[in-house]
Structure formats: structure tokens, C-alpha cells
Write a protein that binds this ligand. Structure first.
Ligand code: ADP
Ligand code: 5GP
Length: 199
């Protein structure tokens, strides 16, 4: 049964894991189950091109390389990184504004960003989503049909690094293997709605 009250732990939720593992799929469910105002997805800035169906300001703020550089130079990002030949970053303003409104801000970011958030002093909770196997990850990435052959390869190479980093003891508060979607979703929901340590 879906939770009936908002999460008591209001810290930002940082979700990471290899591209294609199912982070977006799990988050969509989480947002759909909530009442609509307890979570705020942190809409990142990126220099990558939109995929069919992606809308500017919803999945990402799609910006040019120059605009990205300008924002980074002005200290506008709490973290930013390069991934698969593109730049990605979390805007400081969005994080601050949504946190001030009492929302649980959800960040879907890769591991260099995770490291930067960890050293920023922002109190956050960290979830890592792992694939059942590298073969299954490749199947999902190809099956999604959004990437060129070259992009798939880059993402699979990066996945090895993400999986290696995730083995570092204590780096994530929760590791979820996304094999069966229902089971993985339930684990995510239980983690998100678990009572805050001080409550
Ligand atoms: P990410 O956001 O991590 O890059 P997506 O959410 O886009 O990944 O998922 C990648 C693909 O895998 C999508 O086509 C999605 O429907 C599929 N998928 C996600 N979770 C599962 C699962 N548990 N079993 C099978 N396919 C899945
Ligand atoms: P995609 O191109 O598939 O949307 O995202 C590629 C990778 O970039 C994913 O691992 C995703 O989590 C990560 N990503 C998305 N936004 C950000 C961000 O703002 N910062 C960082 N560091 N990574 C991000």
C-alpha cells in the first residue's frame, strides 16, 4: 500500500546508478505515488540534445556549452560533471528554493556529482541503483532505443566505474538491485518513507 503521509526525512535524495539501470523509471513511480508536492525533481542543466519527447525545463534545462560554462563560472552549480561527452549540472538556486519550500529534492546524478555533493556539506541521503547483471544493463540501454551505438558503448564503459565506486564502504545509504521492478520500487519507497533518524 502506498504511504499516506509525506516522508519525515526531508533531506535531499541523491539517486545514482549506471545509465539504463532504471533510475528514471523508479523515480516516475515515486512521484506518481506521492500527493504531488512532497517531492521536487532537481531539473539539471545539460548540453546534451533532447531525446524525442523530452521538454526543456521538465527533464532538463537544455543549454549550449557557452551557457553552461557561464553558469559554472558564476558558481551557479552545486555540482557539475562531464558524462558521455556532455556536461550536466545541478543548479544551486533550484536546490535552495525547493528545499526552502519544504520539499524533498530528488537528484538523479552520476558519480562525480555524488562525490561533489558529499564534500559540499549538504546533508543528503544516497541511493544507488544497480543492475542484476551487466548483460541486462546493456539490454535495457539498447532496448530504450535512445542512444547511438557509440553512446551505448560510452555509457557501458562508464557503468563499470559507477559499479566500482558503489563498492566503496559507506558511500551509499541504500543499494537497490533493480531486477524485478515491483520489488525494487518497494525497496525505494520503504527507504524514502523510513522515519527520519531524529523523529
Ligand atoms: P535510467 O534513468 O537509469 O537511465 P530508465 O529508467 O530510462 O534508466 O530505464 C532504462 C530502460 O530499462 C527503460 O526502457 C525501462 O523501461 C527499462 N527498465 C527499467 N526498469 C526495469 C526493470 N526492472 N526490468 C526491465 N526493464 C526495466
Ligand atoms: P542522461 O543523458 O541519460 O539523461 O544522463 C546521463 C547521466 O547523467 C546519468 O547518470 C544521470 O544521472 C547523470 N546526470 C543527470 N543530471 C546530472 C547532473 O546535474 N549532474 C551530474 N553530475 N550528473 C547528472
Amino acid at each position: 500500500m502506498a504511504p499516506t503521509s509525506p516522508p519525515t526525512d526531508r533531506r535531499p535524495l541523491v539517486i545514482s546508478g549506471p545509465s539504463g539501470v532504471g533510475k528514471g523509471t523508479l523515480l516516475k513511480r515515486l512521484f506518481a505515488h506521492g500527493s504531488g508536492d512532497e517531492f521536487a525533481f532537481s531539473v539539471s542543466h545539460t548540453t546534451r540534445a533532447p531525446r524525442p519527447g523530452e521538454r526543456d525545463g521538465v527533464e532538463y534545462h537544455f543549454v549550449s556549452g557557452d551557457d553552461f560554462e557561464a553558469l559554472a563560472g558564476a558558481g551557479g552549480f552545486v555540482e557539475h560533471a562531464r558524462f558521455g561527452g556532455n556536461r550536466y549540472g545541478t543548479s544551486r538556486r533550484a536546490l535552495d528554493e525547493q528545499t526552502a519550500r519544504g520539499r524533498v529534492v530528488v537528484l538523479d546524478i552520476e558519480m562525480e556529482g555524488v562525490k561533489q555533493i558529499k564534500s559540499s556539506g549538504i546533508p543528503a541521503r544516497y541511493v544507488f541503483v544497480a543492475p542484476p547483471s551487466e548483460e541486462e544493463l546493456e539490454r535495457r540501454l539498447r532496448g530504450r532505443g535512445t542512444e547511438s551505438a557509440e553512446s551505448v558503448q560510452r555509457r557501458l564503459d562508464q557503468a563499470k566505474l559507477e559499479l566500482e565506486y558503489a563498492k566503496t564502504p559507506g558511500v551509499h545509504d541504500k543499494v537497490i538491485v533493480n531486477d524485478d521492478l515491483e520489488t525494487a520500487y518497494k525497496e525505494l519507497e520503504d527507504f524514502v518513507y523510513a522515519p527520519a533518524p531524529s523523529s
